[in-house]
Design a binder for this molecule. Structure first.
Ligand code: AMP
Ligand code: MG
Length: 426
């Protein structure tokens, strides 16, 4: 697929090309197009390590010293030099003790050993540690049967990280393990890209906000809450612009306001057939926006483009479709916008589905699944039941998507299916 075509060329669609069919766009192709039109943030800021979880590195982290910094003991035991032992001599005098953080005072006597605790520095001259459980203590000596190999139970300096080595690259998103790794280098501040600013609003005359009574024909606006949750998890700076009625003037005002201050604008509703005209005209007036029918269920209608400098995603209105399109199309785009160079895809693996599945060929379906352990201890999946894109309780019950590719049709119970765990696994 050519990524060189401009958004404008695609949006005007005057020269439709073979691979670009806005009315039937495979999920992967939509991902590729979106990726081609993203401008990640470039502004950097130096922040305290505590605040860096989930942020993306704007400068690489290099090891300023070896980790560990010195050879040290992996066990509570006794340190000695392996040369000082022979088949006959497996008895050594204990001449001192070393604790973690307290190196041996004085020098290590060859032909003897010192008591050593886990993490304590191996004294110069010693090269091997025997675990305390393997020795017999006799007055001021120890004796043992099995002679350990040279270097046993010694953690070598630099075995985790070597001085000068690049530990984490630019574009890496910081995990809990990374926080510890950076701390192990004694680094307390990191240079990261600034947070991305995301504004969102719901559209629809039928939407009631929490706190107001529900009139006939109204529904409470749930999309702003699921979006709030998903965006919060991603560490975005969020601006909630409310529920906006299907009124072109109000919608225009809100879109302009959002575009002024955001890297990303998300809306829900108003992009499906029948309603598209308002938003379509508005978006075409305010920016460059493409309207796609994605070959996926749920989540068929999707608008994507730019309004000013802001990236725009017009999500469908149905509550499940909002979440599915967010996870399948928006999340990865946001990670790239945050500066992440290679966002990992959410892992997928095969398990047996214990319920039958109804599925039409020709589109990718993301059915909601519950991954559970069967009586024999194996992981299996079952569907949550009603797969309508309005049934938000299915998302709440589910812990995974059952991903059914285009060419898959109805499936009997007992078939192997692909599942994709929801984020937040660790
Ligand atoms: P639309 O895409 O605007 O045609 O909306 C599709 C369906 O989703 C309709 O049944 C809407 O009532 C519903 N819907 C749209 N927006 C929301 C929202 N913010 N919260 C809950 N349901 C919504
Ligand atoms: Mg609507």
């Amino acid at each position: 697929m050519s990524t060189k075509k401009s958004l404008l060329e695609l949006a005007s669609n005057t020269t439709p090309c073979d691979e670009y069919d806005p009315n039937s766009m495979p999920v992967d192709q939509a991902r590729q197009y979106i990726k081609a039109f993203l401008s990640p943030v470039t502004k950097k800021e130096n922040i305290n390590l505590h605040a860096a979880l989930g942020r993306v590195l704007a400068e690489e982290i290099r090891a300023t010293h070896n980790v560990p910094n010195h050879d040290n003991s992996a066990m509570d035991g006794y340190a000695f030099n392996a040369d000082d032992l022979s088949e006959e001599l497996t008895r050594l005098k204990v001449t001192g003790a070393i604790f973690a953080g307290n190196p041996l005072t004085g020098s290590f006597a060859r032909g003897a050993c010192v008591r050593i605790m886990t993490g304590a520095a191996i004294p110069t001259g010693a090269d091997t540690v025997i675990a305390q459980e393997r020795v017999e203590t006799l007055d001021d000596s120890i004796q043992f049967k099995d002679v350990p190999t040279r270097g046993a139970n010694v953690r070598l300096a630099g075995e985790d990280l070597q001085a000068g080595q690049i530990v984490l690259n630019i574009g890496h998103r910081i995990s809990p393990a990374d926080l510890g790794l950076i701390a192990s280098l004694g680094i307390g501040e990191v240079m990261v890209y600034r947070k991305i600013r995301v504004s969102f609003f719901s559209t629809g005359d039928e939407l009631a906000s929490i706190g107001n009574p529900l009139e006939t024909g109204q529904v409470y606006d749930s999309n702003r809450y699921t979006l709030f949750g998903m965006l919060s998890r991603m560490g975005a700076e969020i601006q909630d612009l409310g529920a906006i009625p299907d009124d072109p003037l109000l919608l225009e005002k809100t879109l302009i306001k959002a575009a002024e201050s955001s890297d990303v604008i998300l809306t829900s509703g108003g992009v499906s057939v029948g309603e598209a005209d308002y938003m379509k005209q508005l978006l075409q007036k305010l920016g460059q926006v493409l309207f796609w029918k994605i070959a996926m269920k749920p989540g068929r209608p999707l608008a994507f483009g730019k309004i000013g400098n802001a990236h725009y995603f017009g999500l469908p209105g149905n509550p499940v479709a909002v979440m599915v399109t967010f996870y399948q199309l928006v999340r990865q785009a946001m990670l790239i916008l945050m500066g992440e160079l290679k966002p990992a895809s959410t892992p997928m693996f095969n398990v047996i589905c214990t319920t039958p599945i109804r599925k039409l060929k020709g589109r990718t379906e993301f059915q909601r699944g519950i991954l559970y352990t069967s009586e024999d201890g194996n992981w299996q999946v079952r569907t949550t039941g009603n797969q309508s894109s309005g049934v938000l309780s299915s998302m709440s019950q589910a812990n995974c998507f059952i991903v059914l590719d285009d060419d898959v049709g109805n499936l009997e119970a007992g078939t192997s299916v692909k599942v994709q765990l929801f984020e937040g696994v660790i």
